[in-house]
Design a protein around this ligand. Structure first.
Ligand SMILES: Cc1cc2nc3c(=O)[nH]c(=O)nc-3n(C[C@H](O)[C@H](O)[C@H](O)COP(=O)(O)O)c2cc1C
Length: 193
């Protein structure tokens, strides 16, 4: 498996739609992908119990264990979040926080992987860029190389304006332009990795 796509939306709506489009594009380019969604999953927040510091694994035996298996095996991480209150979703943040246990197992476990982010907001300027920056901060803190799509259309990554509907996101041409620019860069980095 080359790329793990993680959907931080609890719904089968805009975020899942664009992430799946991105994964399909990557598959068409010859990458093997895996899709993981928080939807319907049992994912508990980090309790800061420090169990992972001693035991090198998380005390919460929930669906995060699927990601504990998939993340270390991927060359690239593609994290997609809906925008909630100007930033990433709580579900996405749970995944980020729970990666502490991976880190405790092996400090370098994610180092050198390539990371890309997608944010989907109901408003045009609803906090997509901050949500992407939150994901990029996670990448940087873990040695994952964050990629943007570059200037002229995808400055930080893929930003979507869903107008709160699936139909809305499907019509967001600029959003798809930012997605394809960022995917292009993602693939360039993956080939060099
Ligand atoms: C709790 C909550 C907070 C939200 N806050 C924002 C926000 O700050 N900015 C924004 O653009 N959209 C916000 N939205 C709208 C969602 O980002 C938008 O509907 C998005 O398409 C949801 O992703 P989904 O379609 O994959 O569920 C919020 C939605 C919820 C449920």
């Amino acid at each position: 498996m080359d790329i793990i796509g993680i959907c931080g939306s609890p719904r089968k709506q805009a975020t899942e739609y664009v992430l799946k489009k991105a994964l399909n594009t990557l598959e068409d380019e010859g990458y093997e992908t895996e899709f993981f969604t928080v939807r319907g999953k049992d994912l508990n927040p980090c309790k800061h119990c420090d169990y992972c510091l001693k035991k090198k694994e998380c005390i919460n035996k929930d669906d995060m264990y699927t990601l504990y298996d998939l993340l270390p095996r991927a060359k690239g991480i593609l994290m997609a979040t809906p925008v909630y209150n100007g930033g990433l979703s709580a579900q996405t943040k749970i995944i980020i926080d729970r990666c502490r246990a991976l880190n405790m197992k092996d400090y370098d476990i994610l180092r050198g992987k390539i990371g890309m982010a997608i944010a989907v907001g109901g408003d045009r300027s609803g906090g997509q860029e901050l949500a992407i920056q939150q994901i990029h901060t996670f990448y940087i803190a873990n040695g994952v190389i964050p990629v943007s799509g570059g200037s002229f259309g995808a400055n930080l990554g893929a930003c979507f304006w869903s107008k709160d509907t699936l139909e809305g996101v499907k019509k967001d041409k600029e959003g798809f332009r930012s997605l394809h620019k960022t995917l292009k860069m993602f693939m360039r980095f993956l080939e060099k990795g």
